[in-house]
Design a protein around this ligand. Structure first.
Ligand code: S3P
Length: 437
């Protein structure tokens, strides 16, 4: 499926963006461990969380989905070995977190994914899981991965060599499902939805006080069931609406009920540093996550050097930050972001290929990119390749608002993994995104 995004005059309106993907995945996993009747609202009904739900139901969970509501039912039976291979599709979070859960439960299973997920590095979880007492075998550190009977040790301590919320969450879930304590040190602070959720259900999570790294300590205790859980709106999805509004002329948009977790909203800090006009309203706490409404207006941006420490916090927003940088005065430099090479695509390469087509001056670095903005409208005569990556597809479609004609993007189907109503939401505030042959 190809999409074209046409030049637009201005964007206006009020929107609610879909549920948070990371939180949606975690609530069905932790909800399964809780084994209680629970109603989840605001769930992201998109391919990635659905793959996770299907896999969980194959190991004995009882989860049903009705639009954005999820019903978890108390099971009569224990978790069981799945009868079939568990296919996690495009979902790196689903695969890595489930491998943690399944290892802790000591189930025998095989996990696969689509062609993109099958190229992503899994040694980052296989090694610590095996050190912890799990037994995983893989195809050269990639999917498919099989899990065998395990004996998870108590009080495992692990210093993560890379800052990854998926690795941290995988290990926390292994310890939770095996009923063990664990201590993990992350080199930089990464998203903490798993810790917050464990805490929300009465688990014992504590943090150590290191300067640049963070120690997370889980002392196992039984979690306490709750009847309901609310998933906040996805900040990463909101970031497309934010940047579209900032780079459009005479625009103002209110995005309601967005997750504003400190470990996720770094893009607001960077955009504000660049000169963006953004306000937060109605901030409150829901299900142990901060949510609020984001009010954003057209803004003149300046290029910035993005601080290294914030990279894990904005890792999914770098493609759309790159589009904002195209329309900033001067250069924006992003470094220390080599993790982008092992996401749904090699995102540094995908951003660079797209910028070439937009004729935006940039330099690709080993671990980042530097982009020189333009005050002119862009002209793009060739199709941009999404590399089957949802965030690359959406980012380049947003650049269409500043085109002389339109920006056409190839293979946009993957948008369904995280933001199925992207086209409708963007069009509802004035963008013109249409199917293209
Ligand atoms: C995620 C963590 C991030 C992010 C991914 C979702 C999560 O990856 O890129 O889209 O839900 O834990 P890292 O493992 O690199 O932090």
């Amino acid at each position: 499926m190809n999409l074209a995004s046409y030049k637009t005059k201005s964007l206006h309106g009020e929107v609610t963006c879909p549920g948070d993907k990371s939180v949606s995945q975690r609530i069905v996993i932790i909800g399964s461990l809780l084994n209680c009747d629970m109603r989840v609202s605001g769930f992201l009904n998109a391919q990635d969380p659905l793959s996770t739900v299907n896999a969980l139901n194959s190991i004995g969970s009882s989860i049903s989905i009705n639009g954005n509501e999820v019903i978890l039912k108390k099971r009569e039976v224990m978790f069981k070995d799945p009868e079939q291979v568990l296919n996690l599709g495009n979902s790196g979070t689903g695969a890595r977190l489930l491998l943690g859960l399944i290892s802790g439960l000591g189930l025998r299973s095989t996990i696969t994914g689509d062609s993109s997920l099958s190229k992503r590095p899994m040694n980052r979880i296989i090694e610590p899981l095996n050190m912890m007492g799990a037994r995983l075998s893989s195809d050269k550190g990639m999917l498919p991965i099989s899990t065998h009977a395990s004996k998870i040790m108590n009080n495992f301590e692990y210093e993560m060599p890379i800052a990854s919320a998926q690795v941290k969450s995988c290990l926390l879930l292994t310890a939770m499902s095996a009923k063990k304590n664990i201590k993990i040190t992350e080199p930089k602070i990464t998203r903490d939805h798993t810790e917050r959720m464990i805490d929300f259900f009465g688990g014992d999570i504590a943090y150590g006080n290191n300067q640049n790294s963070r120690l997370i300590e889980l002392n196992y205790s039984e979690l306490e069931p709750k009847d309901t859980f609310n998933v906040p709106g996805d900040f990463s999805s909101a970031s497309f609406i934010i940047v579209a509004t900032i780079i459009s002329k005479d625009s103002e948009v209110l995005i309601k009920n967005v997750g504003l977790n400190e470990s996720r909203k770094g893009l607001l800090e960077i955009l504000t540093l660049m000169g963006a006009d953004i306000f937060i309203k109605n901030q409150k706490e829901i299900s142990n996550e901060i949510v609020g409404d984001i009010y954003v207006r057209s803004s003149e941006l300046n290029g910035v050097d993005v601080p290294d420490d914030i990279i894990p916090n904005i890792i999914d927003e770098i493609p759309i930050l790159s589009i904002a940088s195209c329309f900033a005065d001067g250069q924006t430099v992003i470094r220390n972001a080599s993790e982008l090479r092992v996401k749904e695509s090699d995102r540094l390469n995908a951003i660079s290929e797209g910028l070439l087509k937009l004729k935006i001056k940039h330099d690709i670095l080993d671990d980042g990119i530097s982009i020189t903005g333009t005050s002119k409208e862009i002209r793009c005569d060739e199709f941009i390749n999404s590399f089957d990556d949802h965030r690359i597809a959406m980012s380049f479609l947003i650049s269409g608002v500043r085109s002389e004609n339109c920006v056409r993007v190839k293979n946009c189907k993957n948008i369904e993994t995280s933001f199925p109503n992207f086209k409708d939401i963007m069009n509802s505030i004035g963008m013109k995104i249409d199917d293209e042959n």
